[in-house]
Design a protein around this ligand. Structure first.
Ligand code: PEP
Length: 251
C-alpha cells in the first residue's frame, strides 16, 4: 500500500498577517512543481486569513495550530474547530509537545480535541513523542504508544482515515538534533504495529505517520526513504520557502 507523502510546516508563534502572507506566496511559487506530495501550513491564528488568501488555488492546505475542546462559550483566548473551518482551515495540530509542556495539554484533552476536530470536518495531525529522560529510561514505546492510544482508541475505524500522526521526539524539536533514520523508523514501525493490533488492517496500512524534529533539506531524504516514515512535520526550516521546498522535493 503506498501512502501519499505529506509534508507540513508549523510556523509556531512567528509571522504576523503581512509577513505570513508574503511567506505563503513564496511557498506557492517554490512548491508549484511538488508533484504527488500533500502540503499544509500552520500559521498563527491571526495570520490564517492572509495565508488562506495567498495560497488560494495552490492546493496548499492551511491548518490551525490549536483548538479548544468546546465549540463556543466563555473560553477567552482560544479558537474553535468550526471557526477554523469557516476561516478556511482544513487541518489542525493536536498534542504538539509545546502545547503539552507549556500549556498543560493532557492526553484527555488531546482525545476530546481529536473527536471534536473530526466531527467538525477538520483533519487532525496528532503529535506524540518522548522526552530524552523517557528515552534514556527505555520508555519510548510506553510513552509514545500510550499517547497514540489515548488519542485514538474509541474512534470508529472509518473516521481514522482523516487522522495523521506525527512522531516528534521532544529532544529533537528545535534543538538541531534529529533522530537517526533508524531510530525514527523503529518508533514509526511500533506505532504502525500498534495500529494493526487495535484496528482493522486498513487503518495501519493507510494512516500516515510524519516524523518531526529538526528536519531540513540535508536530512530529509534519508528519513523519508524509510518504509514507515510518510512525511514530515517541519518547524524551523518551514520559515524559509526554499528550505521547505527542499524537504518537499525529497518526499
Ligand atoms: C515542530 O515544531 O513540530 C518541529 C518539528 O520543529 P523543528 O523542525 O524546528 O524541530
Amino acid at each position: 500500500m503506498s501512502r501519499r507523502p505529506f509534508i507540513a510546516g508549523n510556523w509556531k508563534l512567528n509571522k504576523g498577517p503581512a509577513e505570513a502572507g508574503a511567506l505563503a506566496s513564496e511557498w506557492v511559487a517554490a512548491l508549484s512543481d511538488r508533484g504527488d506530495v500533500d502540503v499544509a501550513v500552520f500559521p498563527t491564528a491571526l495570520s490564517i486569513a492572509s495565508v488562506v488568501e495567498a495560497t488560494r488555488g495552490s492546493g496548499i492546505e492551511v491548518g490551525v495550530q490549536q483548538i479548544h475542546g468546546k465549540t463556543s462559550g466563555a473560553f477567552t483566548g482560544t479558537n474553535s474547530a468550526e471557526m477554523a473551518r469557516e476561516a478556511g482551515c482544513t487541518r489542525v495540530l493536536i498534542g504538539h509537545s509545546e502545547r503539552r509542556q507549556l500549556f498543560g495539554e493532557t492526553d484527555e484533552m488531546v482525545r476530546t480535541k481529536v473527536k471534536l476536530a473530526l466531527a467538525s470536518g477538520l483533519l487532525p495531525i496528532v503529535c506524540v513523542g518522548e522526552t530524552l529522560e523517557e528515552r534514556d529510561a527505555g520508555k519510548v514505546d510506553e510513552v509514545v504508544l500510550g499517547q497514540v492510544s489515548a488519542a485514538l482508541l474509541g474512534i470508529p475505524a472509518d473516521q481514522l482515515s482523516g487522522v495523521t500522526l506525527a512522531y516528534e521526539p521532544v529532544w529533537a524539536i528545535g534543538t538541531g538534533r534529529t533522530a537517526s533514520p533508524d531510530q525514527a523508523q523503529e518508533v514509526h514501525a511500533s506505532i504502525r504495529g500498534w495500529l494493526s493490533e487495535n484496528f482493522p488492517a486498513f487503518v495501519a496500512a493507510e494512516m500516515r505517520i510524519q516524523y518531526g524534529g529538526s528536519v531540513k533539506p540535508a536530512n530529509a531524504a534519508e528519513l523519508l526513504s524509510r518504509p514507515d516514515i510518510d512525511g514530515a512535520l517541519v518547524g524551523g526550516a518551514s520559515l524559509n520557502a526554499e528550505s521547505f521546498a527542499g524537504i518537499v522535493r525529497e518526499a
